[in-house]
Design a protein around this ligand. Structure first.
Ligand code: ADP
Ligand code: MG
Ligand code: ZN
Length: 483
């Protein structure tokens, strides 16, 4: 996938990324009418003259949308506007019945915020330019036999668009920013942020420039990115594509490109419009949105503890590294799981380590839920902490707990996975190893200290990893010196 000249070029060029994230808000009804927002219903069963854009129908703003957008702003350190305005963004598209989208142009509800990310223990603030409210469009359904059909159920579902500053410099930073943003929104409950259902969608704006330059290059915008991994791949791919263009004397054109996941490449969709192409103008059917300070204060008072606050608490109370604390705090389910486990067994660092290295991995592979209980997990931690099993065997145990829903103790017993700590028993495994590998024993005696590790490895092999490694090492050393 990467271009041959890639590594050399990375030294010369840097990528500059700004992200636009569309988030569907979890309101009961749509933004300008009373139709339901429920996902996955029969096509065109949740529609009315307003969201179908019939002439003469009038929009009435759903107050909940303003509330949720202000919450999005407050939790991303934005200023909340005093007077918001709604504007028509004109363009023709079959899934946009009115031929304009009601959005916000120059007076968005929230401005100038930031989100903090932790990249390998280095904190960085990614600026948020604006957060505005708008209506979602309908959905085109391409059917082989029937042709292209339109489902208007999604038309009028409320969105916030969160636009970042061009502060992001790598694919990893983009992922960290999106994970953080998603984490915050999930904590507040204003969206379910399901990437696979389209309630958290991201467009990537990317340009390149020579390192050290301060002016921005020409950007492209990529759409159709529906997972964290496709976003990362699309970024790497676009970075390389633009470098190739500049290095061969070409110029990057400002355009919208579509990422094709299966083919692992992007294709041009259209040259990019500028804001003036949309002929924005204030929507005459909607009043200004006046947001009073008391309203903001009341919403602020109702906010839950957010990922950053939890992160700092974990660092100061449990001495977790900033990276570990962030990983746990980011996801409300994981944070609650951590806290509940801790309430059962008070070993925060050990819990954090096993949680991050094993549980998060399994959670990512399944349907993004934790399939073991905090009580059972605490039981596993206790077995590790008291030396009944070690962390490498614990991986096997967690896998089985996940699948079978049994406690760690039951699995360790059934599979007899407990470490062999009894010295007499260990010696019965060690002696034959020392006889068989007498050459290595000689090396060790001759001063090659590291040789002992391979003897420990051989004992591990015959005991299927169950020999207590520390005791085994000591016993081998003692036995060799006796010879
Ligand atoms: P549009 O609707 O035209 O895409 P927006 O203002 O909504 O414009 O979004 C522009 C996005 O592109 C922002 O996230 C911004 O940070 C980013 N951006 C703007 N210029 C550049 C550039 N030269 N390189 C990379 N990203 C850019
Ligand atoms: Mg855009
Ligand atoms: Zn409707």
């Amino acid at each position: 996938m990467l271009w041959k000249g890639d590594l050399k070029m990375h030294k010369t060029y840097e990528m500059v990324i700004g992200l636009e994230v569309h988030v569907e808000l979890k309101t009961e009804s749509k933004i300008f009418c009373g139709c339901s927002t429920r996902f996955g219903q029969e096509p065109n069963t949740q529609v009315c003259p307003v969201c179908l854009g019939l002439p003469g129908s009038l929009p009435v703003l759903n107050e909940k949308v303003v509330e949720f957008a202000v919450i999005a702003g407050l939790t991303t350190n934005c200023e909340i506007t005093e007077v918001g305005k709604q504007d028509r963004k004109n363009y023709f598209y079959p899934d946009l019945a009115k031929a304009y989208q009601i959005s916000q142009y120059d007076q968005p509800l929230c401005k100038r915020g930031f989100v903090e990310v932790e990249d390998k223990d280095v904190s960085k603030k990614i600026g948020i330019t604006r957060i505005h409210i708008e209506e979602d469009a309908g959905k085109l359904v391409h059917n082989k036999e029937l042709g292209t059909l339109i489902d208007y159920n999604r038309a009028g579902v409320p969105l916030v668009e969160i636009v970042s500053e061009p502060d992001i410099r790598s694919a990893n930073e983009a992922k960290l920013y999106l994970q953080k943003l998603r984490g915050i929104l999930l904590y507040t409950g204003i969206s379910d942020c399901k990437m696979n259902e389209g309630s958290f969608r991201c467009d990537v704006n990317l340009s390149i420039r020579k390192k050290g330059d301060s002016t921005l290059g020409t950007r492209t915008e990529m759409k159709n990115l529906n997972s964290f991994s496709s976003i990362q791949r699309a970024i790497e791919h676009e970075f390389t594509r633009q470098i190739k263009i500049l290095e061969t004397g070409g110029t990057v054109v400002q355009e919208t490109r579509r990422w094709e996941q299966d083919k692992n490449k992007s294709v041009s969709m259209r040259t990019k419009e500028d804001a003036h192409d949309y002929r924005y103008f204030p929507d005459p059917d909607l009043l200004p949105i006046i947001i009073e300070n008391t309203y903001i204060k009341a919403l602020e008072a109702g906010l839950p503890e957010l990922p950053d606050a939890k992160k700092h608490k974990y660092m100061s109370s449990y001495d977790l590294s900033v990276f570990d604390a962030e990983q746990i705090a980011l996801d409300l389910e994981v944070a609650e799981f951590f806290e509940k486990t801790l309430a059962c067994y008070d070993q925060p660092k050990l819990i954090a380590n096993v949680l991050i290295s094993e549980v998060l991995k399994l959670k990512g592979k399944t349907e993004d839920i934790i399939k073991i209980s905090p009580v059972d997990f605490a039981g596993l931690i206790q077995l590790i902490d008291t030396g009944v099993i070690n962390t490498s065997i614990s991986k096997k145990v967690i896998d089985m707990m996940w699948l079978e829903g049994l406690s760690a103790e039951a699995i360790v017993k059934r599979e007899s996975l407990q470490l062999i700590t009894d010295e007499a028993e260990l010696i019965t495994y060690i002696k034959p190893v020392l006889e068989k590998y007498d050459k290595i024993v000689k090396d060790y005696l001759g001063g090659k200290d590291k040789a002992i590790q391979s003897l420990v490895g051989q004992v591990m092999r015959v005991t299927h990893g169950k020999a207590d490694p520390e005791k085994t090492l000591k016993l081998i050393d003692a036995l060799i010196k006796e010879i």
